[in-house]
Design a protein around this ligand. Structure first.
Ligand code: BEZ
Length: 260
């Protein structure tokens, strides 16, 4: 479906219906985070980068009060449709002050390319003693996919226009940033997690790869997406699971120390 209305967007756009169809696995596979978070009845919990609110709602099942925050109005509307309060917020500019018992964040922080601003905002948003539990793309995440995208753009002499939209840190990098802010890091681990996709690889590109796809003229986009998929078929297509993306997660748990 063409949703550009003739305007070429420079940013990834988020549509809750497209996300539900092509990205349900994002919240499904993040359920272990809820175990680590261990939300308790009455706690106030922020889900930063809540997407369509599926994980936010799951985190409220124990009686915690969860609030979703996302940069996308469409995703926040989907979150509200689940009965969860939601706010349109840029994670680089969190303005909460010591209100949350915990922050949950899944598959969102890698879209925020100024991590220290985000970490400072999360620190400020947590009460002393508050917990931060998260998962994001880590070093090596979708390396084969980004290589294939870059090569396909290079064949069109468009690779010099790529503005890499993601931040995929390793454990040392992110631990250091959290500790520099004052967090106690309880756990941080890079976890390779090959991830079966629910549909065609081109649908993944539509859902997550617009930064790259929109560098190509409109009339060539379908060919471009097919070309990238074909370049990846040998590495990422398996007869049983079909398309399996080369995801690597950085999972962590940290605490803002209680005041002495
Ligand atoms: C992810 O790691 O969840 C991801 C990264 C970039 C694009 C899409 C998904």
């Amino acid at each position: 479906m063409d949703r550009t209305d003739g305007v070429v967007p420079k940013q990834q756009r988020w549509f809750a219906d497209r996300y539900a169809e092509n990205a349900r696995f994002v919240s499904d596979l993040a359920e272990p985070l809820i175990d680590i978070l261990n939300p308790k009845a009455g706690e106030l919990i922020l889900d930063l980068g809540c997407g369509d609110g599926a994980l936010t709602k799951l985190a409220s099942n124990t009686g915690a009060i969860t609030i979703g925050a996302d940069a996308s109005l469409d995703q926040v509307a989907a979150t509200r449709n689940l009965g969860i309060p939601g706010a349109v917020v840029d994670g680089h500019n969190l303005a909460f002050k010591e209100v949350f018992d915990a922050i949950l964040t899944n598959a969102a922080l890698h879209w925020m390319t100024r991590p220290d601003e985000v970490i400072q905002g999360m620190w400020n948003a947590l009460k002393p003693g508050g917990r931060l539990v998260g998962e994001m793309g880590g070093m090596g995440n979708i390396a084969k996919i980004t290589h294939a995208l870059t090569e396909a753009l290079a064949r069109r002499r468009l690779d010099d226009q790529i503005q890499f939209p993601w931040y995929f840190p390793d454990e040392n990098d992110y631990r250091k940033r959290l500790e520099n802010q004052g967090f106690d890091v309880n756990y941080i681990e890079l976890i390779p997690r090959p991830t079966p996709l629910p549909g065609e690889f081109t649908a993944w590109l539509d859902t997550f790869g617009e930064h790259f796809v929109f560098l190509v003229p409109d009339s060539e986009r379908d060919d471009f997406k097919e070309e990238v998929a074909e370049a990846l078929r040998q590495d990422l297509y398996e007869p049983h699971d079909k398309w399996v993306a080369d995801y690597v997660r950085l999972r962590f748990s940290a605490t803002r120390p209680a005041k002495p």
